[in-house]
Design a protein around this ligand. Structure first.
Ligand SMILES: Nc1ncnc2c1ncn2[C@@H]1O[C@H](COP(=O)(O)OP(=O)(O)OP(=O)(O)O)[C@@H](O)[C@H]1O
Ligand SMILES: [Mg+2]
Length: 279
């Protein structure tokens, strides 16, 4: 499939290739060679424009997290190339903020200290970093928990601290792996809206993995659906809903349900393949 560019969050045509993924395959070392080795991604190609928000959705195990890890430069692809801001990725690219699926906080540091690390990595002094962490934690509904240690927080609270740490870094590219998955429905709306407001103000590029079709449509400029493993691109859906958007209210706008139905048709087909192979 040809790399395709969408519109930015502001509706302006995207600059080509903020993230450029070309012919990327990834084979994890298996138990033995050939048959036993595990092909996680199979010839994946697409581009993400500057300031574009792309949501990636696909059956469990199809390689979404693997793809994010490759873009973040943690390990190289078996085949193909990835470039961020025109530079081929060989190590963690500058200006990238990532939040992995099982992101760990430093257990010996409090919530505010964990978030301040993000700001300090962005070059802020200790005082400014702490002030920024304080503001972010308040905005994200954790004002009461700033001095608690990770072991004293719930799973959803820890996830919000980790997201705040990524936001404190003020990256120009966000790579986010199910960042809202541990949050209850109300918190999710609040955090989702808070995140949308930041993006609409600063126009960062986002690659966002989610299992939630509604969330993907509500947030993204384009939804990329992956096939069952080994992951390829099954379909892409441009989302032309007006911005600024509301994480919850945008589900009521005309066209939302149709998009949801179209994306679900593709996803269901892919998931049926997985379930029938397993069953
Ligand atoms: N470190 C690893 N070593 C070997 N195989 C791995 C490793 N990490 C992932 N895999 C395999 O690669 C495939 C893709 O995994 P990945 O975590 O990318 O899927 P995913 O789409 O993110 O799934 P989920 O939606 O459940 O998070 C799976 O078959 C998984 O078992
Ligand atoms: Mg994953």
């Amino acid at each position: 499939m040809e790399p395709q560019l969408g519109a930015t969050s502001h509706g302006i045509a995207a600059t080509p290739g903020k993230i450029d993924i070309r012919g990327v395959s990834l084979r994890y070392p298996g138990f033995g060679s050939g048959e036993g080795s595990n092909l996680a991604l199979d010839n994946v190609s697409f581009g993400i424009g500057d300031g574009e928000f792309v949501a990636i959705i696909g059956p469990s195990g199809c390689g979404k997290s693997t793809l994010l890890r490759l873009v973040s430069g943690l390990f190289p692809a078996t085949a193909g190339t990835i470039a961020v801001s025109g530079q081929v990725v060989t190590k963690v690219p500058p200006g990238i903020g990532f939040l992995f699926q099982s992101d760990a906080l430093l257990p010996w540091k409090t919530a505010i200290e964990n978030v301040a690390i993000g700001a300090m990595l962005a070059g802020k002094g200790q005082k400014e970093a702490r002030a920024r962490a304080h503001a972010l934690l308040h905005e994200i509904g954790l004002g009461q928990a700033i001095d608690r240690y990770p072991s004293e927080l719930s799973g959803g609270m820890r996830k919000r601290v980790a997201l705040s740490r990524t936001m404190a870094y003020e990256p120009n590219v966000f790579l986010l792996d199910e960042p809202f998955s541990a949050l209850d429905a109300q918190t999710r709306i609040h955090v989702g809206n808070r995140f949308l407001r930041v993006l609409e103000r600063l126009g960062q590029t986002v690659m966002f993995v989610t299992h939630d079709i509604d969330e993907a449509i509500a947030l993204a400029d384009r939804v990329v659906v992956m096939t069952a493993a080994p992951g390829r691109i099954a379909a892409e859906f441009p989302i032309n809903l007006a911005r600024p958007r509301d994480y919850y209210q945008s589900r009521m706008v005309p066209g939302f349900r149709e998009l949801q139905g179209q994306i679900w048709d593709v996803l269901r087909r892919e998931m049926q393949g997985v379930l029938s192979r397993e069953g």
